[in-house]
Write a protein that binds this ligand. Structure first.
Ligand code: HAM
Length: 449
């Protein structure tokens, strides 16, 4: 095993062996590349993230949700128990490691189980119900990276605990659709399904196994291993080989009990009341095992390639399975990279905030110092302001102010200083005027806000 000692990484105190945490290609350590499937959000792009994050927060609050923050990692067992040990996420995709005390730790592969853990740990069920929570989190899955699929992605998610009524299923769907509408994202399809409850699933599993029994040898090895314990997972298999075998597979929706059927009909009524179109898609299974009754996905058909922007559903047994009191739950996770990708693909313009309102151009050390004072005055009234820190020529300072799209520049020169004035230049039309230092902040505030 290649081990590299790098005093730079640790800085002080000696050497640090870090071969296992460093990306390598052909034996060469990739110090200047993000790990595969991850990406930087650069300053030039971050405004898109702020726009999406601000929108989801605003709409969530408008729907009566409050934010919850949970750790980036949890005990591995929470995910194994919560998501299900025969899911792709748990079997193949988790970032799991032992910490220095030998505990098995996993970076969040999804957001629901941690929120359920927190709901139980802090007895949130003792507060007025329902509990309506939202979160914005990084999610880690060891998947094959491709456009819109990453090893670290970000989700906006919501979870509602304590409400059994299908109106709340419609409410979370409505929330997701409202967010897309507000951002201007179009060409969306809402697909809904009901995947039954433990009562009706038992019989269905038997029928499913009956159907799959003769096809077992043609299924992939993963599906073969799921046949006994979790046959419904097979419907969700991405392999073409398995999909060929299950073309006329019996589907849960056609075998649900009266309670599930009533719930599904209720959901449809509430969606109609919210004027939300939907397609019933009996093939939706979802990739996580905790779902009961409602399962839904919001997909887009951009450039002919279907992508899931948002997925969720009801999970009435999860709180109990994780050690809490019997409490129904429903929620969704919305991929933020995919939302931004849709905004870009659909050519939706996101307002780009400028870096500076005002840039102070100075000439000489005394002017620089005065500029520093003026900067504080401008910032104190809430204006975005900066000045040169690189000893640039006046011409270069103007050029920089122009590039940064400052509305105004303030010129502080030795002559003006003596008179207690500055020159204010409108960067759009080039007009200049002389202003007293005393009133520069109030004048600019009035003009710019
Ligand atoms: P999920 O369907 O696994 O559900 O993920 C939710 C959303 O995250 C997806 O619809 C997609 O937009 C995005 N996403 C998933 N994997 C990736 C990836 N590798 N790269 C980029 N984006 C991705 C859940 O995680 C559930 N916890 C949702 C939920 C909350 N259900 C009930 N409450």
């Amino acid at each position: 095993m290649l081990q590299i000692c790098c005093p730079l990484i640790l800085g002080i105190g000696g050497f640090f062996i870090y071969d296992s945490i460093t990306e390598r290609k052909g034996g060469k350590v990739m110090l200047t590349k993000t790990p595969r499937g991850t990406q930087d959000v650069l300053p030039a792009e971050v405004y898109k993230w702020h726009y999406v994050e601000n929108t989801v927060r605003e709409v969530a609050k408008n729907f009566g949700f409050t934010e919850i923050r949970t750790p980036v990692f949890e005990h591995t067992e929470l995910f194994v128990r919560g998501i299900g040990d025969t899911t792709d996420v748990v079997e193949k995709e988790m970032y799991t490691f032992e910490d220095r005390s030998g505990r098995s730790i996993t970076l969040k592969p999804e957001g629901t189980a941690p929120v359920v853990r927190s709901f139980i740990e802090h007895k949130l069920y003792t507060e007025p119900q329902p509990t309506k929570l939202f979160y914005i989190i990084p999610v880690f899955r060891y998947e094959k990276p491709q456009a819109g699929r990453y090893r670290e992605h970000h989700q906006f998610g919501v979870e509602v605990f304590g409400a059994i009524n299908p109106s709340v299923d419609a409410e979370v769907i409505n929330l997701a659709m409202t967010i897309y509408k507000k951002m201007g994202i179009e060409k969306l399809e809402l697909r809904i399904n009901n995947i039954g409850c433990p009562k009706c699933r038992k019989d269905y599993h038997q029928q499913l196994q009956q159907y799959l029994k003769d096809r077992l040898e043609h299924l992939c090895t993963t599906c073969q291993s799921r046949f006994e314990r979790n046959p419904m997972r097979i419907i969700d298999c991405k392999s073409d080989k398995c999909q060929e075998q299950i073309q006329d597979v019996p589907l849960m929706l056609h075998h649900i009990c009266k309670e599930c059927e009533d719930h599904f009909e209720g959901l449809k009524r509430y969606l109609k009341a919210s004027e939300i179109d939907y397609i019933v898609d009996a093939k939706i299974v979802r990739g996580l095992d905790y779902y009961t009754k409602t399962a839904f996905e919001i997909i887009t058909d951009e450039a002919g390639k279907k992508g899931t922007l948002c997925g969720g559903g009801r999970y009435d047994k999860l709180v109990e399975d994780c050690g809490g009191p019997t409490t129904p739950g429903v929620g969704f996770g919305m991929g933020l990279e995919r939302a931004i990708l849709s905004l870009d693909t659909q050519g939706i313009e996101i307002p780009k905030p400028k870096t500076f309102d005002v840039f102070i151009v100075t000439m000489g050390e005394a002017a620089n110092l005065k500029g520093f004072e003026i900067l504080n005055k401008l910032r104190a009234v809430g204006l975005k302001a900066d000045q040169d820190h690189m000893n640039r020529s006046v011409k270069a300072q103007f050029k920089y102010a122009d590039k940064m799209m400052a509305d105004y520049s303030i010129i502080v020169g030795e002559d003006e200083l003596a008179k207690g004035i500055v020159i204010l230049k409108n960067m759009t039309n080039g007009e200049q005027e002389t202003i007293s230092i005393q009133e520069i902040d109030s004048l600019l505030l009035e003009r710019l806000k």
